[in-house]
Design a protein around this ligand. Structure first.
Ligand SMILES: Nc1ncnc2c1ncn2[C@@H]1O[C@H](COP(=O)(O)OP(=O)(O)OP(=O)(O)O)[C@@H](O)[C@H]1O
Ligand SMILES: [Mg+2]
Length: 191
């Protein structure tokens, strides 16, 4: 599912509310002022809100970091490959040694290693060049479909939305959220 909308429309807020409802966070920022959010009982959520909620990395190598979460070495390698960090040099690298775009991919790997069935990502691929972003988006959407992960991404970039080929496109606009269908979705993608 891709969430679109103008700056300040409420996209990040929407992700916070979903996350807050699942985690039972008792902070105004994570709670709706009115209404109720209904969440399936089996939801295992992971979230990336850049600069706000992010996985924590220490001095361990990337492979160690992901392995510490999966406890399965081949799965750890597979996850790093999925996010486009498939070089053995990168497996051994520490987080702080990475470029900004590599860090973004490392964060995605860390979240996938938590084996969520609901993954919320704000400002998806903001630091990746178009080709890398498209490659990561393609792998991520394939993985989500194979593994049965509900993926909710915020992104503005039409080329990435196209590659993701989302089942739903949600327009957020100053207090409302609605689904774009058929022709409207095509228009948005510039088809
Ligand atoms: N708890 C809150 N109480 C009141 N207003 C809030 C609260 N949280 C966010 N806002 C306001 O709601 C609006 C939407 O913010 P939000 O960060 O969700 O926008 P956004 O769609 O993610 O924008 P951008 O694309 O720039 O990231 C902003 O004007 C923000 O200041
Ligand atoms: Mg935002």
């Amino acid at each position: 599912m891709v969430v679109v909308g103008a700056s300040g429309a409420g996209k990040t807020t929407l992700l916070r509310l979903i996350y807050g409802a699942i985690k039972g966070i008792n902070e105004d920022k994570f709670r709706p002022t009115s209404g109720k959010i209904i969440i399936p009982e089996n939801a295992r959520v992971s979230i990336l809100l850049p600069g706000e909620i992010e996985p924590r990395f220490g001095d361990e190598s990337l492979l160690e970091h992901v392995y510490n979460k999966t406890r399965d070495e081949s799965l750890a390698v597979e996850i790093l490959n999925k996010v486009g960090l498939s070089d053995a040099v990168l497996y051994r690298a520490k987080f702080w040694e990475l470029s900004t775009g590599q860090k973004e991919r490392a964060k995605l790997a860390s979240l996938l290693a938590e084996r969520p069935n609901l993954l919320l990502i704000d400002e998806f691929a903001a630091h990746l060049d178009t080709l890398t972003a498209m490659r990561v988006a393609a792998k991520l959407s394939r993985l989500a479909r194979q593994a049965g992960i509900t993926l909710i991404l915020v992104t503005h970039r039409a080329e990435i939305i196209k590659v993701l080929n989302p089942d739903k496109l949600i327009f957020v606009g100053y207090g409302t959220a609605r689904e774009a269908k058929g022709e409207e979705m095509k228009r948005f993608l510039g088809e």
